[in-house]
Design a protein around this ligand. Structure first.
Ligand SMILES: Cc1ncc(COP(=O)(O)O)c(C=O)c1O
Length: 443
């Protein structure tokens, strides 16, 4: 048992039902490999890699030691007009991992900052090439691109937008790709839906004119909205249209990066090379906040070479861009992924994971199960008059029973650390099935 704080009132918790939580708190106090420990001493199997970030499992020795060593050696180094060696090393490693000629890395501290950074780079790129009028940004319905104004503007989750009227105004959205009638219980990428990308060419480009559009930003697999797997051919088609009209294609790989759905990035899984990728979360295995935008060489060259020699080329950055603790954690995380072959391991486990999660279609109220790599979404029929209640009750039951899942609306998302064993996959699915049966007894 770990003592609880005397009061829980002052902490305003993010994306949390504060009043309900504070009446009945769920406190985590330790973590190791596949498990959290709660403050009442229970072990909880981590079915979500924290928040989609702890891809190598918790408190991995190499990462812990690297951060401990770094904090005692150089706690902080200014990010502007000075550098430190590991920031360059991590950038080289990311450039080597990224597809195509995506080989320049701009650091930030989160996915949200990564999104803002990528959108600003897109605008700066077009301006540097003499096409500064290209400032319309295209996102997608149901997209999640973090909580900053840039991210909620191109994002498409209504609850994240409706209270915050002042957003970027030159924005449009593609339709999302979710369709239960066509694609329910798809295994891997669904066959139906590539044509949805044509909306870019058939509606959006004629409406705004290609000469005004800067970029299209999508998650290769939309995670936070409830696991929408890209239809076969859809991202390929977006790439073709962007190429045809000179639009930059940005993949937000904050969830999909580092082995979650493919050899390393979502881009690799679908064989599409975007112009920029945003990464965060798994980059440091969740240990230290860090994000990055990986841009194609031509984007860097256009912005940097078009500025006068000796001047700052891009007026953008953060006090903690490339923070020494973050770069230490990133290097050790990338080493751990590589030494343990975790991306390959995830690919090898994916068929087993698929069989296991697809078996949940037999459970009460399940209207869809979808999966790709080590991600699954289980969609429940909402309880009449009480949307989200069924999934949240399932979350609570699982937590009581020693399993961490994540829910968005009435969709359950699973994204375990890539070190999960087959026995732990069975345990995860077994406990989730028990919870679904129990919740299913309430009408
Ligand atoms: C695709 C995507 N982009 C951006 C973000 C925002 O990341 P952060 O919470 O680190 O700001 C998230 C977070 O879940 C995400 O899933």
């Amino acid at each position: 048992m770990t003592a609880r704080p005397a009061s829980l009132q002052s902490f305003w918790m993010p994306f949390t039902a504060n009043r309900a939580f504070k009446q009945s708190p769920r406190m985590l106090v330790a973590a190791k490999d596949m498990h959290y420990t709660t403050d009442d001493g229970r072990q909880v199997l981590d079915g979500t890699a924290g928040l989609w970030c702890v891809n190598a499992g918790h408190c991995r020795p190499k990462i812990v030691e690297a951060v401990q060593k770094q904090v005692a050696t150089m706690d902080y180094s200014p990010a502007f007009q000075l550098g430190h060696p590991d920031a360059f090393r991590v950038a080289e490693r990311l450039a080597a991992l990224a597809p195509g000629d995506l080989d320049h890395v701009f650091y930030c501290n989160s996915g949200s900052e990564g999104v803002d950074t990528a959108l600003k780079i897109a605008l700066a790129y077009h301006r540097a090439r003499g096409e500064g009028q290209r400032n319309v940004l295209i996102g997608r319905e149901r997209g999640y691109h973090g909580a900053g104004f840039g991210g909620i503007s191109v994002g498409g989750i209504p609850a994240n937008r409706k209270a915050f009227g002042n957003m970027l105004f030159r924005v449009d959205h593609l339709a999302h790709t979710h369709n239960l009638k066509e694609n329910a219980f798809s295994r891997g990428q669904p066959a139906w839906g590539a044509h949805l990308a044509d909306e870019l060419e058939q509606r959006i480009i004629p409406l705004h004119d290609a000469s005004n559009i800067a970029a299209v930003i999508v998650e290769p697999l939309a995670g936070s909205t409830g696991v929408l797997v890209p239809p076969k051919g859809y991202l390929e088609r977006l790439r073709q249209i962007c190429d045809k009209y000179g639009l930059l294609l940005i993949f937000d790989e904050v969830i999909t990066g580092f082995g979650r759905i493919g050899p390393c990035f979502g881009a690799d899984a679908v064989g599409v090379v975007p112009d920029m990728m945003i990464v965060a979360k798994g980059l440091t295995n969740g240990t230290v906040p860090m994000g990055a935008v990986i841009a194609r060489r031509g984007i860097y060259d256009a912005v940097v070479n078009n500025a006068p020699q000796g001047t700052i080329e891009l007026f953008h950055g953060y006090t903690y861009s490339g923070h020494p603790l973050a770069t230490a954690a990133a290097l050790a995380s990338l080493d751990t992924f590589e030494e343990e072959g975790l991306f390959q391991r995830a690919e090898e486990l994916a068929p087993y994971f698929e069989e296991a999660v697809q078996s949940l279609r037999e459970m009460p109220n399940v209207i869809d199960v979808r999966n790709m790599g080590l991600v699954a979404g289980i969609e429940l029929e909402p309880r009449p008059g009480a949307p989200t209640a069924r999934a949240f009750e399932t979350f609570l039951k699982c937590y009581e029973n020693g399993l961490l899942i994540r829910t968005t609306g009435d969709i359950i998302a699973l994204s375990p650390p890539l070190i999960i064993s087959k026995a732990q996959i069975d345990e995860l699915v077994g406990k989730l099935g028990d919870a679904l049966r129990e919740v299913g007894r309430n009408p």
